[in-house]
Ligand binder design. Structure first.
Ligand SMILES: C[S@@+](CC[C@H](N)C(=O)[O-])C[C@H]1O[C@@H](n2cnc3c(N)ncnc32)[C@H](O)[C@@H]1O
Length: 419
């Protein structure tokens, strides 16, 4: 198949691939089949797209997220979801418009008659046109809109926080990235205090230090984290917790079964506790003191303030679980973090369980590849391939026991022990 200019033969073959993939998905509803179908659909779109149109689309691509961001400010998703039916732009609820932007909008909507389009009216329509084209709302008729599944999803706090983080925090960094990389010789930053975030914010502090100076931003960040995880299966749905962690646990007084290292507000440990409520051993969530302050967890889960760059305070636990932590840091900082487990983990007994996205060496999926850029921009971190994880862990005195892959697209678990 030629990948230069698609001809009818290419398109037929791509269509065949798409039909096969969607057929498989319809048959067994396996999420991996859904991803294969999505990939085939994307290849078909790429074959149909003309290069100059694709360049135009790329050049204007920030418009879509900015319209979604504006729609959040305008309560567009909430309004359509609450109406649960068709909404004519002319009858846009007045009470909602009050929360939109200002009195000016109220005024404009009040004076709209059937033939006059005021500038605000036109402006909202320009936003909705983009949202409809991108599938965020349904354009039922001329200036008549309705909610779809995406609209309803975008009216949830988790989705709003994910979008706000991507747009408000990451977009300004992406805008400066070409300038930063030109000045830094187009290299992956090696130190976490000299990255794009620090370049743009003119600081040597990490994103965490700045974020946690403001309680509201910190709370918003954990809503964002919860939003990223909501509706997705978790590791305990597929990982052999019983065989790998619970069996073999030395049930002595004060024995610790599981530590969630930099576990944030305890989301993952709560899920673990709900499923394995009867298991012996202590469950401990660790994070920075300001994160844990005032946090309420289910009875049976303890909090331990700590710093990733200081000696691990909980000694000899059966398992230390770290989710979405090491991808926040450059290799050098990961090495320092891993060193803190030395003298803490009991050889042949304690396990390190790292939950992260593992990037494919070839044909990487868009979501993890984009996540890699988010890590790069915000933290000087990265998503890593298997071979990269092996190198990093080996150099830090660990040996990989096994890479455990989930039966659906998502994060893997890297099981490691001190070597
Ligand atoms: C991306 S979040 C992941 C949180 C949690 N594991 C999860 O998956 O929701 C990274 C966590 O690292 C914590 N963190 C950042 N710097 C830290 C440090 N120096 N010491 C301890 N925790 C830190 C943050 O507070 C945050 O909760």
């Amino acid at each position: 198949m030629s990948f230069e200019i698609p001809n009818i033969g290419d398109i037929e073959e791509l269509l065949d691939q798409l039909c096969r993939a969607t057929g498989n998905f319809k048959q067994d509803h396996n999420d991996l089949e859904r991803i294969a179908a999505l990939k085939a659909a994307r290849r078909l779109v790429q074959a149909l797209e003309k290069p100059y149109d694709m360049a135009l689309m790329t050049g204007s691509s920030p418009v879509q997220p900015l319209c979604v961001r504006i729609a959040i400010d305008l309560d567009i998703f909430k309004t359509l979801t609450e109406r649960d039916g068709l909404v004519n732009l002319r009858n846009w609820p007045r009470s909602r418009t009050r929360t939109l932007c200002s009195q000016v909008i109220m005024l404009h909507l009040n004076i709209v008659d059937s033939c006059t389009l005021t500038s605000t009216f036109l402006w909202i329509e320009r936003v909705l046109r983009i949202l409809a084209g991108a599938g965020y709302v349904v354009e039922y008729d001329i200036r008549v809109y309705a909610a779809n599944a995406m609209t309803r999803y975008m009216s949830t706090p988790g989705a709003v926080a994910v979008l706000k983080f991507g747009f408000d925090v990451c977009m300004p960094l992406y805008a400066k990235a070409p300038e930063y990389f030109r000045e830094n010789g187009f290299q992956t930053p090696l130190e976490s205090n000299k990255g794009l975030f620090q370049y743009v914010e003119k600081t040597e502090e990490s994103m965490w230090s700045l974020l946690f100076k403001n309680q509201e931003n910190m709370d918003e960040f954990y809503v964002h984290m919860t939003g990223r995880k909501a509706n997705r299966p978790t590791w305990i749905d597929w990982f052999p917790v019983q065989e790998c962690i619970i069996d073999g646990f030395e049930d002595q007084e004060g024995g610790v079964l599981l530590v969630d290292v930099a576990g944030g507000r305890g989301y993952d440990l709560e899920i673990f506790h709900a499923k394995f409520s009867d298991v012996p051993g202590r469950l401990i969530v660790e994070d920075l003191p300001q994160v844990l302050e005032g946090m309420t967890l289910s009875p049976g889960i303890e909090c331990q303030p700590f710093d990733l760059f200081e000696a691990q305070p909980v000694k000899g636990a059966r398992a230390y679980y770290m989710k979405f932590v090491l991808h926040d840091w450059a290799d050098r900082q990961c090495h320092q973090i891993l060193q803190q487990f030395k003298g803490t983990m009991k050889k042949g007994y304690s396990k390190l369980l790292i939950e992260e996205v593992i990037l494919a060496d070839k044909d990487a999926e868009p979501i993890p590849s984009l996540g890699d850029w988010m890590m790069l921009a915000v933290h000087c971190g990265m998503e890593r391939t298997r071979s990269h994880w092996e190198r990093l862990l080996t150099a830090s005195g660990f040996q990989v026991v096994k890479f455990w892959d989930p039966p659906y697209p998502g994060q893997s678990i890297i099981e490691a022990e001190v070597s």
